[in-house]
Design a protein around this ligand. Structure first.
Ligand SMILES: [Fe+2]
Ligand SMILES: [Fe+2]
Length: 174
């Protein structure tokens, strides 16, 4: 176990950690709103259900982030995340560029959603590691839980794509 670092360094890393928390807090809240549209626009019941389930999970992740903030003595606050905004814009673009009620639409929505999940996996991976380095063990545990949910969401989407969506989309194109 390392001894604690000088205060100034601690504070700089702490500030970075909090900033990253604010980024993902904003991103998750933004996603809750936008996943509703993705549920509506999906073709298959399987994908609608997957999006719905992950929307509920995402609401819970927002609450969990509030617990992370309070566990390190900070107030939960969001900071606009241009990356998530861009990923969501891309999802909207894909919706516009694919026909409603088709499997190509689902293939496109899965692609967009997986990019979002990967962004989240990267964010929570960093946050979890930083929490560990700063010995914020409660925060680390909470962040680890969300990290696992994001990884699982990604795996579920791959299963839906490879299970039937891609094949059906291919047939549609013929
Ligand atoms: Fe999330
Ligand atoms: Fe997610």
């Amino acid at each position: 176990m390392k001894t604690s670092q000088p205060n100034m360094e601690d504070n700089a890393l702490h500030s970075f950690f909090i900033e990253q928390l604010q980024d993902i807090y904003w991103a998750e809240k933004y996603l809750v709103k936008n996943l509703k549209k993705m549920v509506k626009e999906a073709t298959s019941d399987e994908l609608k259900t997957a999006f719905e389930d992950h929307m509920k999970e995402t609401e819970n992740q927002v609450t969990r982030l509030e617990q992370v903030f309070s566990s390190v003595g900070e107030k939960a606050k969001g900071k606009r995340c241009p990356a998530m905004e861009g990923l969501v814009n891309e999802a909207h673009e894909l919706i516009e560029n694919t026909e409603k009620g088709t499997m190509v639409r689902d293939a496109a929505l899965i692609a967009a959603a997986q990019k979002i999940e990967h962004y989240e996996v990267a964010s929570y991976g960093t946050l979890k590691t930083l929490a560990g380095v700063m010995s914020h063990s409660k925060a680390q545990k909470l962040l680890e839980q969300t990290l696992e949910e994001e990884k699982n969401a990604d795996v579920s989407l791959t299963k839906i794509a490879e299970g039937f969506v891609n094949e059906s989309a291919l047939e549609e194109a013929l």
